[in-house]
Design a binder for this molecule. Structure first.
Ligand SMILES: NC(=O)c1ccc[n+]([C@@H]2O[C@H](COP(=O)([O-])OP(=O)(O)OC[C@H]3O[C@@H](n4cnc5c(N)ncnc54)[C@H](OP(=O)(O)O)[C@@H]3O)[C@@H](O)[C@H]2O)c1
Length: 328
């Protein structure tokens, strides 16, 4: 995969490997050997950055990356992006100066690295932005991190951060064909030339177009709890994916290619983070073409607009408690 995205002095492939599922929690069972194969396959096929967080399996995702890359030199390994501010065991939001420094040491130890390539605030925290930014500056000066990123930012937070003078190298937002979070902050980043990385770019697997109406998730898979992955909304989304798949296939593209290429064309979006649980899933990703003709992209946008209308109707058909009303 060609390296076309620039973050600071790093040149990145447009797609990075998301390692949330490698944490072994909330995505159902995940064998570490599959995660390691996925990481090494990504690295060998030109996907040259990984995204993880301490919160992904209480440090387990980071430890698996550390194990996978232990024998690789800097030139042979992908860039490693991790996060801070959400806790390791209990999920809480906090990023005091002392916490940020201590979290960084923990991540470096688990990742078996001397420096983190991008250190990202995972979610907004209650502390003043100045305090968190100062901690990041200390880490930059000490050479423990190469750049700072902010995930799920608000415009106010970005402005406050900019005022501290600590450079923001990249941002992350939940963006895919069906979800466009952080509209204001993505536009802010675009104006300042801060690259935005779209996370859950395949909407947690849905946009690969491999599921049908019988798809069910295990109770220990977080998707089983999300309204978009069960019941009438799920069926609405699946119908839209079917339409996109047909459009893509009639132009010779897979559903995944059509969806991923369209996300990478959205204003402000420079890169996409896609989770993959095995070498096979990574290989599929690495072989995907990331450019589709503009006419196909606009036909896909029409499907998305129709989906918004269909979802509104589908909401109206839901009874207040969320169950489907009896037919009169
Ligand atoms: N900053 C933040 O707050 C934040 C939040 C969420 C995510 N992220 C990052 O973004 C990354 C990507 O997002 P995500 O993992 O939520 O979801 P995603 O990339 O939209 O979807 C990933 C899932 O798609 C399925 N898949 C992968 N390759 C496939 C293939 N070839 N065919 C069919 N299905 C395939 C896999 O699940 P199954 O095989 O189980 O279906 C995989 O776990 C995360 O790993 C994480 O690094 C960041």
């Amino acid at each position: 995969m060609k390296q076309t995205v620039r973050i600071g002095n790093m040149w990145l492939s447009p797609v990075g490997l998301g390692c949330w599922s490698h944490g072994g929690q909330v995505w159902g069972p995940q064998d570490d050997r599959n995660s390691i194969d996925a990481i090494l396959t990504a690295s060998d096929s030109g996907i040259n950055w990984l995204d993880t967080a301490p919160a992904y399996g209480a440090g387990h995702s980071e430890s698996v990356i550390g194990k996978a890359l232990a024998a690789r030199s800097r030139a042979e390994r992908p860039y490693v992006f991790t996060k801070f501010g959400v806790g390791l065991h209990d999920v809480y939001r906090s990023a005091t100066c002392a916490e940020v420094i201590a979290e960084c040491e923990g991540s470096l130890r688990r990742l078996r690295l001397e420096r983190i390539d991008l250190y990202q605030l995972h979610w907004p925290v209650p502390q003043p932005v100045e305090e968190t930014a100062e901690a990041c500056e200390t880490l930059l000066r000490a050479g423990k991190i190469r750049g700072v990123g902010i995930c799920n930012p608000t415009v106010e937070q970005l402005e406050a951060w900019e005022a501290t003078g600590v450079p923001i190298s990249a941002a992350q937002s939940h963006v895919n064909l069906f979800v466009r979070s952080g509209g204001g902050s993505v536009a802010w980043c675009e104006r300042r030339s801060v690259p935005v990385l779209a996370y859950s770019a395949m909407y947690r697997g849905l946009l690969f177009g491999t599921w049908d109406a019988d798809k069910r998730f295990r109770p220990d898979d977080h998707r089983s709890q999300r309204p978009d992955f069960v019941g009438p909304r799920f069926h609405c989304l699946l119908a839209a994916v079917d339409r996109i798949r047909s459009l893509g296939e009639s132009d010779g593209f897979t559903c995944a290619e059509a969806c991923l290429a369209s996300v990478l064309k959205l204003p402000g979006i420079r890169g996409a983070i896609v989770g993959a649980r095995s070498a096979r899933q990574v290989q599929f990703l690495a072989n995907s073409r990331l450019l589709v003709p503009p006419e196909l992209q606009s036909r896909i946008e029409q499907v998305v607009m129709q989906l918004c209308l269909d979802l509104r109707t589908c909401e109206e058909e839901l009874a207040p408690d969320g169950s489907i009303p009896m037919r009169r």
